[in-house]
Write a protein that binds this ligand. Structure first.
Ligand SMILES: [Zn+2]
Ligand SMILES: [Zn+2]
Length: 115
């Protein structure tokens, strides 16, 4: 089977792009039925913009009490710092002002008694 470069039009931005023989061979190999519909730029944009939903959680800074958002789910019992406190803390290594509460297991495993 022989392939020739063909020019396709991006369905997103309307730009023409080349669907190269090599890519066609790849598609044929993978048994992809559809031709690519987006140019490389738009494809890259889609990949980057795909996981835009960053989990931002509202919480209060353990140090100053300011409301802040963190890009992760704060673990119970773990101190969460706002940006400025975090910067302060990382600015002076060695001085960690936040008391680290020891995570106490809430549920105790019943110990099998006797033997
Ligand atoms: Zn495009
Ligand atoms: Zn703070």
């Amino acid at each position: 089977m022989e392939f020739n470069d063909i020019v396709l039009t991006c369905s997103d931005c309307g730009a023409e792009f080349v669907f190269t023989a090599g890519e066609q061979l790849f598609f044929h190999d993978k048994q992809f039925k559809n031709e690519p519909r987006h140019c490389k730029q738009c494809k890259a944009k889609r990949v980057r913009g795909g996981s835009r939903a960053r989990p931002e959680t509202r919480t209060n800074c353990s140090q100053c009490g300011e409301e802040t958002t963190v890009p992760f789910k704060p673990t119970q019992g773990r101190p969460v710092l706002c940006r400025s406190c975090f910067k302060q803390q990382t600015a002076q290594p060695g001085a960690i002002p936040v008391p680290q509460p020891r995570p106490e297991p809430a549920l105790q495993q019943p110990r099998p008694e006797g033997d």
